[in-house]
Design a protein around this ligand. Structure first.
Ligand SMILES: Cc1ncc(COP(=O)(O)O)c(C=O)c1O
Length: 442
């Protein structure tokens, strides 16, 4: 239904919008009114196909009846319960469901409400784990250039996107960064994982030499870089990081806030790449983005250390008022069930070649200088206009919306990552609309 009563400019002012150019937005707002399946309806009644799964969240598309019903039912039954000192049955069920789909001995689950909270939780667990083991000097954290790990102080400290860091003071002490494992000269336009580049992981050895392993608690990476513009790990890179961290007793954290729960056709990137980290952080698709939720999954030996090495009472002084919120849990249980019942991960596996071919079909499109993809994740690098970062990509983003396609903008990159239930026709429609968009931008 079309809103007959659009918001006036003065009504738009009170809301300080996140990661948004507020002034530009409020001068020309883009308002979404409803969503069903793969389509949003805007306040002026236009249909816009969701080429970005909301913000990498809506794996099942929007308004899946089983998820909606589960939330509705739970709201009428137990709308809130503290997780401090109390529990509710579905939270334990969900922890088991999540542990079951995670690889190897990643089998204990700590609930949060966002990706940022998952990251800060994982970093704190890593430092506390070493301390409990008598390794209290292991406090240093290693991230990576261009990494995105949310917006908490821990996350921006290990993160490597300069605008997310430079305004916010000196951040956490004792953090260092590995180089970004990407070279356009050898990797541009790779469909899937680049064949060369595993040696970027050896830079971690240099950081270990510099700081000494005895000071390093954890290394955190996105197995596939998401927010900085979808960069795929070279073959052998993650394996090498695993070898080096294991050799030096450093915990390896995979930040799977985007990649967990089907984006790459598996429950985790860890499963897809057959590399088992010590900790996995998740959020977003865990419950189809319907109610804020994240989860941190840790290896048994980490959980056991907390249980065995603390002297009674609270083992981890950490948690959130809304940890394991009943509505979020209900939505997650329903979502996880649908992933299985509807073969959602299998759909991604089956259609990944079609998705990759459709993306690379735009290789010669105007302005495109690189295309990267894996699973149902892809990004296009758009040539800068007059050397201004993001100026043309921003025009592409705006034009796409005008033409009925929602994409994700990040600097000079446009990410396309549709819901995991997309079929061939959806994929073709999305990339066709994107091709028309590129052609229409100067
Ligand atoms: C890898 C990664 N970590 C953390 C986050 C932060 O998640 P949130 O926005 O839910 O705090 C994101 C969000 O996109 C992400 O992609």
């Amino acid at each position: 239904m079309t809103s007959s009563n659009p918001l006036r400019n003065d009504e738009l002012q009170a809301y300080w919008m996140p990661f948004t150019p507020n002034k530009a937005f409020k001068a020309k707002p883009r308002l979404l009114e409803s969503a069903a399946g793969l389509y949003f309806t805007t306040d002026d009644g236009r249909q816009v196909i969701d080429g970005s799964s909301g913000l990498w969240c809506s794996a099942l598309g929007h308004g899946h009846p089983k998820v909606t019903e589960a939330i509705r039912e739970q709201a009428g039954k137990l709308d809130y319960s503290t997780a401090f000192g109390f529990g509710h049955r579905p939270a334990f069920e969900l922890a088991n469901v999540v542990a079951d789909v995670m690889p190897g001995s990643l089998d204990h689950v700590f609930f949060t409400n966002s990706g940022s909270e998952s990251v800060d939780t994982a970093l704190k667990i890593a430092i506390a784990y070493h301390r409990l083991k008598g390794d209290a000097s292991r406090t240093r954290l290693i991230g990576r250039f261009n990494g995105y790990h949310g917006v908490g102080f821990g996350g921006i400290s290990v993160g490597g996107m300069v605008n997310n860091r430079k305004f916010f003071g000196s951040l956490l002490p004792g953090v260092d960064h590995m180089p970004f494992p990407y070279d356009p000269a050898t990797m541009a336009f790779t469909n899937g994982q680049p064949e060369t580049g595993a040696a970027y992981a050896d830079e971690l050895e240099n950081l270990v030499k510099l700081h000494d392993a005895s000071t390093i608690a954890a290394v955190i990476v996105e197995p596939v870089v998401g927010s900085a513009g979808v960069f795929i790990p070279p073959i052998g890179y993650l394996e090498r990081l695993r070898e080096i961290t294991a050799k030096h007793g450093i915990l390896l954290i995979f930040d799977e806030v985007i990649t967990a729960f089907g984006r790459l056709g598996y429950a985790s990137a860890a499963e897809r790449f057959k590399v088992e980290p010590d900790i996995i952080t998740t959020a977003k698709a865990i419950n189809n983005g319907t109610v804020p939720m994240g989860a941190v999954i840790v290896q048994k030996r980490i959980y056991d250390t907390f249980m065995d090495e603390t002297k009674g009472g609270v083992e981890l002084f950490h948690g959130y008022t809304y940890s394991a919120h009943p509505l979020a849990v209900a939505a997650a249980l329903a979502t996880q069930k649908v992933f299985k019942e509807e073969g959602v991960y299998e759909n991604v596996q089956t259609l990944e070649p079609h998705f990759g071919a459709a993306a690379h079909g735009l290789k010669t499109a105007k302005h495109v200088t690189d295309i990267r993809n894996l699973g149902f994740m892809s990004a296009f690098t758009v040539a800068q206009r007059d050397g201004v970062l993001g100026a043309r990509a921003n025009d592409v983003f705006l034009k796409a919306f005008e033409m009925g396609l929602k994409v994700r903008l990040s600097g000079d990159h446009i990410a396309i990552a549709p819901p995991l239930v997309s079929d061939k026709a959806h994929i073709d429609r999305i990339f066709n609309l994107f091709a028309e968009t590129l052609a229409a931008v100067d």
